[in-house]
Write a protein that binds this ligand. Structure first.
Ligand code: ADP
Ligand code: ADP
Ligand code: MG
Length: 479
C-alpha cells in the first residue's frame, strides 16, 4: 500500500497519518469547510474538501469519500473512530471499489454493531454476560416481567447505541413503561433502530476492556486491559493501563475471553472487547468495538506496539510478528481526554476560539492533538480536542507526570476537562485505585474545582499582563 486516505478528522486523523508517514506511505486527508485550516489537512500529502460542516454533508458521505480515493489512486482507507468506522455498508463499498478497508470484514462490523447480535454471536463460547435478555423488547408488560425476574434497578439499552448514548436506568417498576417508551423513541431517532433490551444494572462496576489484534491467517492475541471507569454520561474521560484491580489470573481469563469473542466473529485487525467487572471481580461481556479506540495510546505505551502500524500490516495481509507469549506489560500509562466542555456546567460543550493553546512537552508525555492556537472549536463534531497521555515506570510516576503536564497545558478561550482531570488525579479514591464508574457522581461537584479554575484564571491574567507589558515596551522602542 503506497497511499492511504483517512476518512476522519481531528487528533485521530493526525495520529494515523504520523504512523503512515513513518511507514513511508503517502496520506490523503478529507475535510469539511469547517476544517479548512485544521492540522490534519496541512499534515497530509494531499487534501480534498468533501463538503459542508455538518457531518452528514461531509465526513459521513461514504460514496463521495470513495470517489475521492479512486480519483487519487488510493489503495487503502482508514476510518479512524466514530463517523464511518463502524458502518458495515461503507466497509463493503470500499472493498467493492477495489480499495482495502483498514478494519475488520463487514460481517464482523455488522454483528458487533448490534449489541443484541453480538450477544447472540458469543453465547456459545462460554463468555460471561450481564444478566438480562438477548432479544429486543417492545411490549411493556413483557419488559415488566423480565425486569421483575432480573431485579431492579435495570438498564434499558439501545441495541444500536454507542458513545454512551441510548441508555436509561430504571429504579422502580412504576417508571418502566415511561422509560421504555422514551428509550425506544430516542433509539429510533438517534440510531435509526428502535430495538432496546434490558440488562441488570450492575451497582458498582468497573469498565475494563481488552485490546485484541487479529491477522487474516487466524492468529489472535490480546494486548491486555485498559481501565476506563472514570466516565461522565456513560462515556470515558480518563483511562489507564494496566488496571490496578486485575490480578494475573483475572487478566488472563479476561484476555482469553476477549480472544474468543474475536474468534466468534472471525475478527481481523485491531478491536476492543469491553467488560464490566463487579465488586466480587466477576466480569461480564458488554460489547465489542470493531475499530481503533480513542484510548488506544495507553496500550501502545505499555506494550511498545504501534496499533495503527499493526492495522496496516494486517490489512496488507501480513501475519502478526509476535505471539501472545511475546507480549508483556511494561510500565504504566494514563490518559486524559481533553474535551472542550465545561466541568462547572454539567460537562456541556464549550465552543469558541482557542485564544491561547500551548501543549506540554517532555519525556513520557504524549499529546495526540488535533488543534492549533487561533482555531475555532466547531460545534458540529465531538468536542474532544486532544488526549493527554503520560507514561512512567510506575503508576505513581505516570501520575506525577500527568499533574505536571496538566499544569503546563495552556488553554484560553474555551472551558476544558483539564481542571477536572487534575481533580481526579489528585483524588484519594483514584490514587488508591478504589473507584468505579460512578466516580463523578460520588466524588465530584463543580465547587471542588472552582479553586483550580480561579488559579487558572489568575495565571491567564498574569500571562496576558506580561504580554501587554512586552507589547508596550516594543511599541515604545525608538524607531
Ligand atoms: P471509545 O469507544 O473509543 O472508547 P467513545 O465511546 O467515546 O470512545 O466513542 C468514540 C467515538 O465514536 C465518539 O466520537 C463517539 O461519539 C462515536 N460513536 C461511538 N459509537 C457510536 C454510535 N453508535 N453512533 C454514533 N457515534 C458513535
Ligand atoms: P456504548 O456502546 O455506549 O459504549 P456500553 O454497553 O459499552 O455502551 O456501556 C457504556 C457504559 O455504560 C459502561 O462503560 C458502563 O459505565 C455503563 N453500563 C453499561 N451497561 C451497564 C450495566 N449493565 N450496568 C451498569 N453500568 C452499565
Ligand atoms: Mg462501549
Amino acid at each position: 500500500m503506497n497511499k492511504i486516505l483517512i476518512a476522519n478528522r481531528g487528533e485521530i486523523a493526525l495520529r494515523i497519518m504520523k504512523t503512515l508517514r513513518k511507514m513511508g506511505i503517502k496520506t490523503v486527508a478529507v475535510y469539511s469547510t469547517a476544517d479548512r485550516n485544521a492540522p490534519h489537512v496541512r499534515y497530509a500529502d494531499e487534501a480534498v474538501c468533501i463538503g459542508e460542516a455538518p457531518s452528514n454533508e461531509s465526513y459521513l458521505l461514504g460514496n463521495k469519500i470513495i470517489d475521492v480515493a479512486k480519483d487519487l489512486k488510493v489503495e487503502g482507507i482508514h476510518p479512524g473512530y466514530g463517523f464511518l468506522s463502524e458502518n458495515a455498508g461503507f466497509a463493503e463499498a470500499v472493498e467493492k471499489s477495489g480499495i482495502k478497508f483498514i478494519g475488520p470484514l463487514p460481517e464482523a462490523i455488522r454483528i458487533m454493531g448490534s449489541k443484541l447480535a453480538a450477544k447472540d454471536a458469543v453465547k456459545n463460547y462460554n463468555i460471561p454476560m450481564v444478566p438480562g435478555i438477548d432479544e429486543a423488547v417492545t411490549d411493556p408488560e413483557r419488559a415488566a416481567r423480565i425486569a421483575e425476574e432480573i431485579g431492579f434497578p435495570i438498564l434499558i439499552k439501545a441495541s444500536a447505541g454507542g458513545g454512551g448514548k441510548g441508555m436509561r436506568v430504571v429504579e422502580k417498576p412504576e417508571n418502566l413503561k415511561e422509560q421504555m417508551d422514551r428509550a425506544i423513541s430516542e433509539a429510533t431517532s438517534a440510531f435509526g433502530d428502535g430495538s432496546v433490551f434490558i440488562e441488570k444494572y450492575i451497582a458498582s462496576p468497573r469498565h475494563i476492556e481488552i485490546q485484541v489484534l487479529a491477522d487474516s491467517h487466524g492468529n489472535v492475541v490480546h494486548l491486555f486491559e485498559r481501565e476506563c471507569s472514570i466516565q461522565r454520561r456513560h462515556q470515558k474521560v480518563i483511562e489507564e493501563a494496566p488496571s490496578v484491580v486485575l490480578d494475573q489470573e483475572t487478566r488472563s481469563r479476561m484476555g482469553e475471553a476477549a480472544v474468543m469473542v474475536a474468534k466468534a466473529c472471525n475478527y481481523v485487525g485491531a478491536g476492543t472487547v469491553e467488560f464490566l467487572l463487579d465488586e466480587a471481580r466477576n466480569f461480564y461481556f458488554l460489547e465489542m468495538n470493531t475499530r481503533l479506540q480513542v484510548e488506544h495510546p495507553v496500550t501502545e505505551l505499555i506494550t511498545g506496539i504501534d496499533l495503527v502500524e499493526q492495522q496496516v500490516k494486517v490489512a496488507r495481509g501480513e501475519e502478526l510478528g509476535f505471539t501472545q507469549e511475546d507480549l508483556q506489560i511494561k510500565g504504566h500509562a494514563l490518559e486524559l481526554r481533553v474535551y472542550a466542555e465545561d466541568p462547572l456546567n454539567d460537562f456541556l460543550p464549550s465552543v469558541g476560539t482557542l485564544e491561547r493553546y500551548r501543549l506540554p512537552v517532555g519525556e513520557g508525555i504524549r499529546v495526540d492533538n488535533g488543534f492549533d492556537e487561533g482555531m475555532d472549536i466547531p460545534i458540529y463534531y465531538d468536542p474532544m480536542m486532544a488526549k493527554l497521555i503520560t507514561f512512567g515506570e510506575t503508576r505513581e510516576a505516570a501520575l506525577q507526570l500527568m499533574l505536571k503536564a496538566i499544569s503546563d497545558y495552556e488553554v484560553q478561550g474555551v472551558q476544558t476537562t483539564l481542571a477536572f482531570g487534575k481533580f481526579v488525579f489528585e483524588h484519594n479514591a483514584f490514587r488508591s485505585g478504589n473507584f468505579d464508574t460512578h466516580f463523578v457522581k460520588t466524588h465530584f461537584s463543580p465547587e471542588k474545582i472552582k479553586a483550580t479554575k480561579e488559579e487558572e484564571a489568575r495565571r491567564a491574567a498574569l500571562i496576558a499582563l506580561r504580554q501587554y507589558l512586552a507589547d508596550q515596551k516594543q511599541l515604545r522602542l525608538p524607531q
